[in-house]
Design a binder for this molecule. Structure first.
Ligand code: MV4
Length: 447
C-alpha cells in the first residue's frame, strides 16, 4: 500500500479522500491555492504545499506545480479527486511518467471515454443500448441531414469532446439543423478544442440514471447499483437518490450485468460511472465518467463499500476480492448538494461562516470541509456540503432527511438548504414522479 498520497483537489472531496487515506494508515499531502490556505483539508493533511494563486488554471490545474509538490514531499501516488485534472488523460500519463501512481483509470480509458463518439461506439459493440444517432461524427451538412433523416427529428447536436451538457443544441427540422451545424462545430472548437459533433435522437422526458462500477483491471468488476440524478438545474445535479424510483430489481440486474460485462471486456481499472437516459422503460447509454463522482456517497450508504478506499486499493494493485453476489444493496439513500448560493436566484454567496452546526444521528452523514469561522472563497464552484441520508425504506429516508435539514445551521452565508426543504415536501418528488426537466419547472412555479 502507498505510504503517502498527494490529493490534487480542494474542498469536501479533498477531505473525503484524506479520510479514506488516514483510515488506511496513509499519510496525505494537501496542495492548495493561496485562497485555500485555511481550508479544513489543508489543516488536517500531514503536509501541505501552496501551488499557486486562486485561479484554478494556475493552481489546481497546474500540472508542473502538482508534480513538483509530489516530488518535494516524496508522495507515492496522486489522487486527482474530481473536476480539475481528474479526466485529463495527459495528466494521468504525466503522473505515471514521473514515477508516481495515478489513482484512477489507465490513460487510454480516460481518453477513450473522453471522446463521446468513440465511447458510444465502443460500448455499443459490447452490447449496451445507446441513443439512436449518427454512426460517428458528422462533418458536412449532407452527412448531417442524411443521419438526421434516419434518426428522426428532433435531433440533438453534441460535441464529441464535450459532455455534461455544455454546447448541446436541439434541431427540430432540417432547416434548423443546417443553420445550427456550423455554429455547433464552431462552439465545439471554442469550448473543447475539437470541432467534431455528432447527432442523437432528442429524448423529450428522460430520467438520468447512472451505474456505479468498480474494476480492478485483473478481471474483477462489480457494480453498486444505480443513482437517479434527474433532479438538476442548469446541468448541475441538486439531489440524487438510490435506488431509482423508476427501476425494478430485474432492470437493475440486467443493466448492471451489461455494464459489468462491458467494462470487464475492456479491462477497466478503478471506479467509473455509466450514464444512461431512461424513457418509457428503455435505457440508452450516453456517456461514461472515468472518475470518482460527487454523488458517490449514496452508493456507499446502500452497499457498505467505501468507494475511495477501493479506488486506493485498486491503484495499489490489489484485486477486488469479492464478487457481485456478495454485494448486498440495502435500504435507500439520498444526497442533497448544499451550495453557497441564494436558494431562489442561485447567485453565489461566498463569505464567512459565522455559525455552524451539522446534523447527526443514525443514518445521517455530512461530507463537508466547513467549520465555524471558515471563509468560503469566491473562486470555485459553490458546493460546500453534501447531506447524505440512509434509511431502511425511501419513506424512512425522506422523514430522516427532513429532520436533518431542520437541524442543519450554516450562518453568515446564504445556502440552498431552504430549496431542499421545499423540494422534499413536493408531492411529485415524494411520489418519485420526476424527469430531468421536472426541477426547473418546479422552481419556475410560485411557492
Ligand atoms: C440528451 C438529452 C436528450 N436526448 N441526449 C445533458 C447532459 C449530458 N450528459 C447529456 N444531456 C442530455 N442528453 C439525448 N439524446 C437530454 C440531456 C439533458 C440532461 C441529461 C441529464 C440530466 C439533465 C439534463 C438536462 C437537460 C438535457
Amino acid at each position: 500500500m502507498f505510504e503517502k498520497v498527494l490529493i490534487a483537489n480542494r474542498g469536501e472531496i479533498a477531505l473525503r479522500i484524506h479520510r479514506a487515506c488516514r483510515e488506511m494508515g496513509i499519510k496525505t499531502v494537501a496542495v492548495h491555492s493561496t485562497a485555500d490556505a485555511r481550508a479544513m483539508n489543508v489543516r488536517l493533511a500531514d503536509e501541505s504545499v501552496c501551488i499557486g494563486p486562486p485561479a484554478a488554471r494556475d493552481s489546481y490545474m497546474n500540472v508542473a506545480a502538482i508534480l513538483s509538490a509530489a516530488e518535494i514531499t516524496g508522495a507515492d501516488a496522486i489522487h486527482p479527486g474530481l473536476g480539475f485534472l481528474a479526466e485529463d488523460a495527459d495528466f494521468a500519463a504525466a503522473v505515471e511518467e514521473h514515477g508516481f501512481t495515478f489513482i484512477g483509470p489507465a490513460p487510454e480509458h480516460i481518453r477513450l471515454m473522453g471522446d463521446k463518439v468513440a465511447a458510444k461506439t465502443a460500448v455499443a459493440r459490447l452490447g449496451i443500448p445507446t441513443v439512436p444517432g449518427s454512426a460517428g461524427a458528422v462533418r458536412d451538412p449532407a452527412a448531417a441531414v442524411n443521419a438526421a433523416d434516419a434518426i428522426g427529428y428532433p435531433v440533438l447536436i453534441k460535441a464529441a469532446a464535450g459532455g455534461g451538457g455544455r454546447g448541446m443544441k436541439i434541431a427540430r427540422d432540417r432547416a434548423e439543423l443546417l443553420r445550427m451545424l456550423p455554429a455547433a462545430q464552431h462552439e465545439a472548437v471554442l469550448f473543447f478544442g475539437r470541432g467534431d459533433v455528432y447527432l442523437e435522437r432528442w429524448l423529450e422526458r428522460p430520467r438520468h440514471i447512472e451505474i456505479q462500477i468498480l474494476g480492478d483491471g485483473q478481471g474483477g468488476v462489480v457494480h453498486l447499483g444505480e443513482r437517479d440524478c434527474s433532479l438538476q438545474r442548469a446541468h448541475q445535479k441538486v439531489l440524487e437518490e438510490t435506488p431509482s424510483p423508476a427501476l425494478n430489481p430485474r432492470e437493475r440486474d440486467r443493466l448492471g450485468a451489461l455494464a459489468v460485462a462491458a467494462l470487464r471486456n475492456i479491462g477497466y481499472r478503478s471506479v467509473g460511472t455509466l450514464e444512461f437516459l431512461c424513457q418509457d422503460a428503455e435505457f440508452f447509454f450516453i456517456e461514461m465518467n472515468t472518475r470518482l463522482q460527487v454523488e458517490h456517497p449514496i452508493s456507499e450508504m446502500i452497499s457498505g463499500i467505501d468507494i475511495v478506499r477501493e479506488q486506493l486499493r485498486i491503484a495499489a494493485g490489489a484485486p477486488l476480492g469479492y464478487r457481485q453476489a456478495e454485494i448486498r444493496l440495502s435500504g435507500h439513500a439520498i444526497e442533497c448538494r448544499i451550495n453557497a448560493e441564494n436558494p431562489e436566484t442561485f447567485r453565489p454567496s461566498p463569505g464567512r461562516v459565522t455559525d455552524y452546526h451539522a446534523p447527526g444521528g443514525l443514518g445521517v452523514r455530512v461530507d463537508s470541509a466547513l467549520y465555524q469561522g471558515y471563509e468560503v472563497p469566491p473562486y470555485y464552484d459553490s458546493l460546500i456540503s453534501k447531506l447524505i441520508i440512509h434509511g431502511k425504506t425511501r419513506n424512512e429516508c425522506l422523514m430522516r432527511l427532513r429532520r436533518a435539514l431542520e437541524e442543519y445551521v450554516i450562518g453568515g452565508i446564504e445556502t440552498t438548504i431552504p430549496l431542499h426543504q421545499h423540494l422534499v415536501d413536493a408531492a411529485d418528488f415524494i411520489n418519485g414522479d420526476y424527469d430531468i426537466h421536472w426541477l426547473e419547472r418546479f422552481l419556475g412555479r410560485a411557492p
